[in-house]
Design a protein around this ligand. Structure first.
Ligand code: SAM
Ligand code: SF4
Length: 347
């Protein structure tokens, strides 16, 4: 058995090695893993209508995903988020989750979680809960069935709502992610917040980010969350919460609804000082910053025959070079800041 024989449920991680600390003194404790670039939806801000997906050979196998994620856990990462594309369309995803859940059982990992579009949640929620998943993020941009179908280019809102219900029934805490879209859901944001808070779910609003060609002009959709906040404050009482997740979200409590609202504002505010996260694409490329072109090819290390030491060295070198911050700009007619789609990098 190699040290990375992930097939053994009892395989353990070597005792704590030095934590992953970047060149600016930030400790990396959170890894987001895109397990597939594929998706059963085609959200207008995320994908082009006719996407060309990657050949399977380029995508990490379940075992490779486990090896890399587990190497990070061995170096002190405490939180793993599986994303995509749509993680629940990846064949064998439940096997991967089951394997990774050994790190929850051993105490090496605090949290294993997913960001999902919810279309397949109804069928998977009980098993996810059984494997130790405690929380999920589900993306919903509108509660209007027709608009949902248009924004996702074909999705069925009722399936997603059934997924949310099933997740809650299985005891999973659900947070709703909503991309703020000037032309489409701006007027519906208070309703979405009231709906989520009424069902004991936090909601996080996200500004559109210029990642990958989608065939749409993003300046038509970009809505500053500063503006949204000012509007919400005209009728609700928003109290800033000190809660920091080391990520781009700031949180407020809405006194009238009793729920929490997160605001992810990569464009109107810089959130990089406290950044604790890195991202692995489904092809094994490690991006230490969502908004820069920096990358380290971990698949090449694995497929080139590199063992655990080579993998660890490659990861540490990439973290050491983590950029100070991003410089996203949305300008009319401008090309996307980065050519890669969010679905490949993992949102
Ligand atoms: N398919 C899953 C889902 O939709 O939740 C997981 C992957 S998706 C890329 C993760 C999150 O990124 C979703 O909440 C989605 O709305 C968001 N997203 C995708 N493209 C985006 C963009 N260009 N700007 C901002 N958020 C984006
Ligand atoms: Fe698929 Fe999620 Fe992108 Fe929508 S946001 S197209 S659900 S990956």
């Amino acid at each position: 058995m190699t040290p990375y024989d992930a097939s053994s449920p009892g395989s353990t991680i070597a005792p704590a090695r030095p934590a992953l600390v970047d060149g600016f003194g930030r400790t990396v404790s959170y890894l987001r893993v895109s397990v597939t670039d594929r998706c059963d939806l085609r959200c207008v801000y995320c994908m082009a209508e006719h996407m060309t997906f990657l050949p399977k050979a380029q995508v990490l196998s379940l075992e490779e995903l486990d090896q890399i994620a587990s190497a990070f856990v061995g170096m002190g990462v405490r939180k793993l988020r599986l994303t995509g594309g749509e993680p629940l369309v990846r064949k064998g995803i439940m096997t991967l989750i089951e394997r990774l859940s050994r790190h929850l059982a051993s105490g090496a990992l605090d949290e294993l979680t997913l960001t999902t579009n919810g279309t397949r949640l109804a069928q998977h929620a009980p098993e996810l809960a059984g494997l130790g998943i405690r929380r999920l993020n589900v993306s919903i941009d509108t509660l209007r069935p027709e608009l949902f179908t248009r924004l996702t280019r074909g999705g069925d809102l009722s399936k997603v709502l059934a997924g949310v219900e099933a997740a809650q029934a299985a005891g999973l805490a659900v947070k709703i992610n909503t991309v703020a879209l000037k032309a489409d859901n701006a007027g519906e944001i208070p309703e979405l917040i009231a709906w989520a808070h009424g069902r004991d779910m936090d909601l996080t609003l996200i500004e559109t980010m210029p990642l990958g060609e989608t065939g749409e002009d993003r300046t038509d959709q970009y809505l500053s969350l500063d503006r949204v906040r000012r509007e919400l404050e005209s009728y609700w009482t928003l109290t800033d919460l000190p809660l920091s997740t080391g990520g781009p979200a700031r949180y407020v409590q809405i006194e009238e609804t009793g729920g929490r609202l997160g605001l992810i504002t990569p464009l109107s505010h810089n959130f990089c000082e406290a950044c604790n996260r890195v991202r692995l694409t489904c092809t094994g490329v490690l991006h230490s910053c969502l908004g820069q072109e920096d990358e380290a090819d971990l698949r090449a290390v694995l497929r080139g025959g590199g063992g655990p030491v080579a993998l660890e060295e490659a990861i540490r070198a990439a973290i050491d070079a983590k950029p100070k911050g991003h410089d996203f700009v949305i300008a009319r007619g401008a090309a996307p800041a980065l050519a890669r789609h969010m679905s490949r990098t993992g949102g």
